[in-house]
Design a protein around this ligand. Sequence first.
Ligand code: FES
Ligand code: FES
Length: 170
Amino acid sequence: MSLTITINGSPVPLPEDPRVSLLDFLREHLQLAGAKKGCNQGACGACTVLADGERVLSCLALAVQYQGRSITTIEGLASQDGLHPLQQAFIDHDGFQCGYCTPGQICSAVGMAEEWQRGVPSHVTQDLNTRTIRLTREELRERMSGNLCRCGAYNGIVEAIATHCGEVAP
Ligand code: FES
Ligand code: FES
């Protein structure tokens, strides 16, 4: 019986070679080219996907590490009803130029919003005892700081995420 990983809701056999990164597995084996290979060393965030809702850098992960886990890529965020609200927000707020970093930005933002709502603190969170962290622009930027954009579309990216999360304090 082959070992499987769930990709965007469907079980898929894992690669026989345990050295294959999750990113290469998605892009080269499954032709899911949404997650991008930027630096391939954990520095740019372009390869970000979600593993059971948590954001991970797929270039630093081995596919076999995620046996039995559920991976969501940018291709799996939209539904039959339409785009994910964050995908729509990026369009509405010009959160991209060339688009190369965008899949990673959006996957990261989905995971980040979950972390924030669960009360997970960041490096700049002042009160570590509160479960209701105010998502200031500083918080938002810090939490998204692992995702780089060579086009400098940061203002649109921040507006898109801020709008999606609602009530972001200045
Ligand atoms: S490609 Fe994974 S962090 Fe840059
Ligand atoms: S939109 Fe071009 S790198 Fe971000």
